[in-house]
Design a protein around this ligand. Sequence first.
Ligand code: GDP
Length: 210
Amino acid sequence: MSVEFTEDQIDAGRRLFGGPSRFIMGVAALDQLPPSEGVEIAFAGRSNVGKSSLINALTGVNELARASNTPGRTRELNFFNVNERMTLVDMPGYGYAKASKAEIKRWQAVLKGYLRGRPGLTRAFVLIDSRHGIKSTDEEMLQLLDESAVAYQFVLTKIDKIKPAELEEVLASVQAAVKKHPAAFPVVHATSSGKATGIAELRAEIAGLL
Ligand code: GDP
């Protein structure tokens, strides 16, 4: 299902992200979490899905999500303030073969604790590389979100890298996954950070959560 946004909605998205965004803090353990204030959204996805690029494209701040990719911060929840109106959380990229079992376990506990205990967390955006579709590591994240009763929404990334027919195919497969997951929101966003495709619509979607 695709969706069209009205001029007003697009404008609300533009205004939300038109102001300054800044890094607040990185959190590696539950007792470090900042208080849950106002509307919070989170971004999740496999490593290299294009999460930093998308956060940069949304906020217009090129350096913003770089913090999340610097060594030592890759296993942290990174909190950003968007225009003093919303909190954006960059969740660490998953699917890294490098992590040890113990590390993965510890991380899952932190993620679970965060996802279950966050009253302001309004929606998680699960990024899917449009070239690859949903992988088994994504399914693990979806299961965690389902169990935590966090509403989530799929965002396809890097659609400039595929042909229109391939986009139709991956959209259909993601929409089939939506049907299997009750916590998944039916609208799937298709984006390219490189070409700025779908960014205004995703901003509008996010502004609608306020
Ligand atoms: P992250 O690990 O999920 O934060 O991914 P990055 O944002 O660092 O992106 C991973 C790679 O994909 C980088 O080489 C980016 O340049 C590339 N990339 C990200 N978004 C796009 C996009 O929309 N189009 C194309 N062609 N490449 C992209």
